[in-house]
Design a protein around this ligand. Structure first.
Ligand SMILES: [Zn+2]
Length: 387
């Protein structure tokens, strides 16, 4: 068996790790762009650390998920301030923005030159500026992946900037930064991480190394996501969720994803729904359809055994059947107050275009088997109405 596992990111994990960011940045430069989402207070503390260490810093704030225009604004600031290091402290949106800005700082032209689908899709020629990612949510795993998801509102799509150069040089994962996350954000980011772990585990590109991360990460999320949701600043639960999210990023970057993320990209481009909420709403129906299709058309597929193992990891019961895993995901979505997709304005009329786009989505390629348009339609319709 030939397989590959790539990462070029140094990872520092643990409570208090955030204090490693400023000294690391100083090794690489003295004019630092600090990209942040809602974590302004933390960004300011980081800027104080940078100043004390002798660096100049500039803040760029990201509201909502990144778009082409937002990146253009950030790039203008980063270039005019002659930044030589980029730090992102925030959720997946801030980190993806930081990745794109670090890459564009050292490459000529603008984002559209390099974006897939809607742009020229050129390869980045030069290594990105040194980039440090410090996640403040436990969700996307973007701190260890090599793509940045960017919205193009006028085309109603979300596309990726992809390059090995996008891997952060350093990921500082400090679970203490997630202690104060509100329940709704804990729910959707945590369920995104869980979806990524499950999809990478049953992916046709899964390999023994990605399996290791998934088999560690799924039980961590299963035992701690509810606790993080109900009892907020629970250090143990937050630590588990931060690890699960980190593992989900390492796994998806190397094994790919499946039907749930196949829908998430086109849907996120057309509707103002957070990525994690979309994934969570589709997860149980996607699992159910994959299981049914595998039994009908690919009864020898190793994914069937893997779905059984997922169920055992989720429920903690050695005798669990694949269906028990689906029931478990339904229940956690209900407990964590995940609404069906109709809550974001989706209706039956949106199904045909979304299934056509999902079928072409790059995330769909890891799905354990290709689903028919009828099957995709059923998954989406059930996720819209929530039954
Ligand atoms: Zn995701």
């Amino acid at each position: 068996m030939l397989f590959e596992f790539a990462t070029a990111t140094r990872i520092i994990f643990g409570e208090g790790a955030i204090r490693q960011v400023a000294p690391a940045a100083l090794n690489w430069g003295h004019r630092v762009l600090v990209v942040t989402g809602g974590a302004l207070e933390r960004a300011n503390r980081l800027r104080e650390d940078l100043q004390a260490a002798g660096a100049q810093s500039f803040t760029f704030t990201v509201e909502g998920e990144p778009t082409v225009d937002l990146i253009a604004g950030g790039l203008e600031q980063a270039r005019s301030e002659q930044c030589d290091v980029v730090i992102a402290i925030g959720g997946g949106s801030a980190i993806d923005t930081g990745k794109a800005l670090a890459a564009l700082l050292t490459n000529p032209g603008d984002l559209m030159d390099y974006l897939e689908v809607v742009g020229k899709g050129k390869a980045l020629q030069n290594p990105a500026a040194p980039f440090i990612a410090a996640p403040t949510t436990a969700g996307t795993g973007s701190e260890v992946t090599r793509n940045a998801v960017i919205g193009v509102p006028e085309r109603q799509v979300k596309v990726s900037l992809r390059s090995p150069w996008l891997l952060p040089r350093l990921a500082v994962v400090d679970p203490e930064l997630t202690l104060g996350l509100p329940p709704a954000i804990t729910a959707r980011t945590g369920l995104d991480a869980l979806t990524q772990l499950i999809e990478a585990y049953v992916s046709i590109r899964a390999n023994p190394m990605t399996d290791g991360f998934c088999a560690q990460g799924i039980p961590l999320a299963a035992r701690s996501l509810r606790r993080a949701f109900y009892s907020g600043p629970d250090p143990e639960a937050r630590r588990d969720m931060s690890l699960a999210a980190l593992f989900s990023g390492l796994a998806l970057a190397n094994a790919g994803l499946g039907v749930v993320h196949g829908f998430a990209a086109p849907l996120g481009g057309r509707f103002a729904a957070p990525h994690g909420a979309i994934c969570a709403a589709i997860l149980p129906y996607g699992m159910e359809m994959n299981l049914r299709a595998l039994r009908a058309r690919a009864p020898q597929s190793p994914a069937l055994r893997r779905y059984r193992e997922v169920a055992r990891m989720l429920t903690g019961r050695g005798d669990a059947a694949a269906e028990d895993g689906i029931t478990w995901t339904h229940e956690i979505c209900q407990d964590l107050e995940i609404p069906p997709l109709k809550a974001y304005g989706l209706g039956e009329k949106d199904v045909p275009v979304l299934i056509a786009e999902a079928a072409k989505a790059s995330s769909m390629k890891g799905n354990p088997l290709p689903l028919t348009p009828e099957e995709l339609s059923e998954v989406l319709t059930r996720s819209i109405v929530g039954q």
